[in-house]
Design a protein around this ligand. Structure first.
Ligand code: UD2
Length: 306
């Protein structure tokens, strides 16, 4: 099969591209290197089954060129940051939502049968009911979450109107090698590891008792491939199904790295969610998704990568 991965040189996109090539598929990596990096895909591009189109999802003509003859699209390109979206809602709106509409339209126009869209647990917001189930009403608390929730609605509408299948995968807190340690908007695990290995204090926004459902990137790749290969549309949680608070997380990072650093507590971040954990029963039942990596295993591989 021939697949296009938008954001294919980014953190999650590059792992998906790698997984597809490993499964014998042909992959077009579509990226504008806004946050993606050439070094994430150099090895893949050296082989015969991956190619690169440098372009933005805001440019429909280049998207159509990339999508011609594709069997499916993994749409990972986005500005993936809650705080950045709070600082500049319009930028996130343009890339994440207008960009997604462009991707869906280009897929439709090129007769692509399937789109798998990277959505986010952020769409659930901060309601007290846990675990988060796909049937719950979205309650976005940040512009970023609004774009992901609306992107899901577009996917649903495109699958109804145009006879294509669209799956939205609600990623919980994804971590693993290649999450940019240099970005101020990196995920908390990447920040904790970066500072720990440099023997510098870590910063915690709030009291550190907020919880997240951390999922290793290799499980996210598995979920994407299952979603592409299952003849379904719809919305599915992609997570580990277990809940960890930031203090517990820091303890595991200390154990895995053998280094313990001090903590600086500061004000909670605007738009932050207090608790998050997924129910993964629907993904399990419909897609056959079962997370295979433990937190320790994933963190061990991530620390190794640094
Ligand atoms: C949200 C989404 C996630 C993904 C991500 C993209 C939820 C539950 N999750 O992740 O699915 O879309 O956005 O960016 O909405 N923190 C610290 N110190 C730091 C960095 C972070 O205390 O140095 C805190 C932060 O305030 C938050 C937690 O750690 O309470 C996790 O933050 P994050 O930026 O890793 O991810 P999060 O949950 O905003």
């Amino acid at each position: 099969m021939k697949y296009v991965v938008t954001g294919g040189a980014g953190f999650i996109g590059s792992h998906i591209a790698e997984g597809l090539v490993a499964n014998g598929h042909e992959v077009v990596i579509f990226d504008n290197f806004f946050s993606g990096k050439k070094e994430n895909v150099n090895d893949l591009l050296a082989g015969p089954n991956a190619s690169l189109i440098e372009g933005t999802i805001l440019d429909s003509a280049t998207l159509r060129k990339a999508f011609e003859g594709a069997d499916g699209i993994f749409h990972e390109a986005a500005i993936a940051s809650v705080p950045r979206s709070v600082a500049d809602p319009r930028e996130t709106h343009e890339v994440n939502l207008s960009g997604t509409v462009n991707v869906l339209m280009a897929a439709r126009d090129c007769g692509v049968k399937k789109v798998v869209f990277a959505s986010s647990a952020a769409v659930y917001g901060d309601k007290p009911e846990l675990p988060k189930r796909e049937s719950m009403m979205p309650d976005p608390l940040s512009p970023y979450a609004v774009t992901k929730s609306a992107g899901e609605n577009y996917c649903s509408v495109f699958s109804r109107l145009y006879g294509m299948q669209c799956v939205s995968l609600r990623y919980f807190n994804v971590f693993g090698p290649r999450q940019d340690p240099g970005s101020p908007y990196s995920g908390v695990i990447t920040k904790f590891i970066t500072n720990t290995l440099a023997h510098k204090p870590v910063t915690i926004f709030g009291d550190g008792k907020q919880t997240r459902d951390f999922v290793y990137v290799k499980d996210v790749v598995r979920a994407n491939i299952l979603a592409m290969e299952s003849p379904v549309s719809g919305v599915y949680n992609v997570a580990s199904g277990s809940q960890l608070d930031l203090m517990e997380l820091l303890e595991i990072v200390a154990n895995v790295s053998g280094i313990r650093v001090p903590v600086e507590f500061v004000q909670p971040a605007a738009g932050d969610v207090r608790h998050s954990v997924a129910d993964i029963a629907v993904a399990q039942e419909i897609l056959g998704y079962v997370p295979g990596c433990s937190m320790r295993e994933g963190l061990g591989e991530t620390v190794q990568w640094f």
